[in-house]
Design a protein around this ligand. Structure first.
Ligand code: CP
Length: 290
């Protein structure tokens, strides 16, 4: 996707944000449309913000719960998707732990597919809501300096954000435990590995990421000293420029990536990101339907 297309989606997210705040009419572009949430991995934010977004646009929403589904009786994933196709699904919103499963579905079904998180590879709707949040703050995205800190190697959010931010010529600083950073050969030219303190002094935006134990066994998190070494705390907050903000895609571990008392600090955009998830997912659904 080109930067101009990203900006168009951001513009529509802004429109939906304003319309909902002003209680203006929302175009019911998903009337008579069946949207199915198919999450084969846990989710709170993505799943429910897509549900709210789809309902705001007039869709019928089906929510598939893998734990209570017929997958437990041996039905395959393929037959599950064929079933939802037969039930009239127009748009399937899918999250899966396999990096390439969602991509492999392309053009194989009658429904449109939206990627709601693919393994460690991609989380495009999270990236869009992050860029919208940054755009809201700075009125543009070009040439900003963004610090990404934490479990970068396992993070689909980091990967999608790095790909998107480079289209806006942003400088990307990476920090975190050495075992959780990409290898020297994987680091792209617009990225630079830094010490977290240096990164916080330079960044317009600091993004913190959760250590994803479920995806690796390389690194044993010591919750007692992670925050001291790699997290945001009161002392480090003082290093950030006055205009800078911090973000976290969630879910977060209080007092690990970010000291609990800072979660709702005036520099935090964490709950703004969750709210923005609805507006950006409305823009994605409208675009898919068009
Ligand atoms: N940020 C994010 O993807 O959160 P969920 O896993 O709760 O959807």
């Amino acid at each position: 996707m080109e930067s101009s297309e990203i900006l168009s989606l951001i513009e529509r997210a802004h429109f939906f944000s304003e319309s909902l705040k002003n209680k203006s009419h929302i175009p019911q572009v998903l009337q008579n449309t069946v949207v199915t949430n198919l999450f084969f991995e846990h989710s709170t934010r993505t799943k429910f913000s897509f549900e709210v977004a789809a309902k705001r646009l007039g869709a019928y929403v089906l929510n598939f719960h893998s734990e209570s589904s017929s997958l437990a009786k041996g039905e395959t994933l393929y037959d599950t998707l064929r079933t939802f196709e037969a039930l009239g699904t127009d748009i399937a919103i899918i999250r899966h732990s396999d990096d390439s499963y969602i991509e492999s579905l392309k053009d194989k079904h009658y429904f449109s597919v939206i990627n709601a998180g693919a393994g460690r590879f991609e989380h495009p709707s999270q990236s869009l809501l992050d860029l919208f949040t940054i755009h809201q703050e700075f009125k543009q995205i070009n040439n900003l300096t963004i610090l990404i800190c934490g479990d970068i190697i396992n993070s689909r959010v980091a990967r999608s954000n790095i790909n998107a931010l480079k289209k806006f010529n942003c400088k990307i600083l990476l920090a975190g435990p050495a075992q959780l950073l990409p290898s020297a050969t994987e680091i792209e030219s617009h990225c630079e590995v830094v010490n977290i303190d240096d990164g916080l002094k330079r960044a317009d935006v600091a993004m913190f990421l959760r250590v994803q134990h479920e995806r690796h066994d390389l690194y044993e998190l010591n919750t007692n000293n992670y925050n001291k070494l790699y997290g945001l705390n009161q002392e480090r907050l003082e290093l950030m420029p006055k205009h800078a903000i911090f973000m976290h895609p969630g879910p977060f571990n209080r007092d690990v990536e970010i000291e609990g008392s800072l979660i709702e600090h005036k520099k935090s955009r964490i709950f703004k990101q969750k709210e923005n998830g609805v507006y950006t997912r409305m823009s994605i659904l409208e675009w898919i339907k068009s």
